[in-house]
Design a protein around this ligand. Sequence first.
Ligand SMILES: [Zn+2]
Length: 130
Amino acid sequence: MATPPACWPRLLLSSAPGPNMTIIQQPVVVTTTMVQQYRESPVQTVCPYCQANIVTAVSYDVGTFTWLIVSIIYLVGCVCGCCFIPFCVDGCKDAIHHCPNCKQQVGRWSRMYQGVRYKAKTGKRVHRQC
Ligand SMILES: [Zn+2]
């Protein structure tokens, strides 16, 4: 075998398979992260607290959208108490997802910020990718 000129890069020389060289292919590890999208209805997921495979229990809580509707109704002129009706309507509230096993909150769906989901455990807002 002829010796290559000294000006050739060393990387090119070492990467060429020779007669005594064994090529070992590294295993490819694919990691898939599933982002759970919470809406109004219960979802099947794995609880981050007790690691159980669960279907979430949904309850409703007053959120930003509820206060917005109350404010609009108040500004329109319904000041005699009708503006508080959204506090009694689940369709105006945020959906809170709980684990039926350990009763921890695993997710929250806000009607006002539909592109925002709450990260379990930390409670920090995480923006949706799409
Ligand atoms: Zn749990």
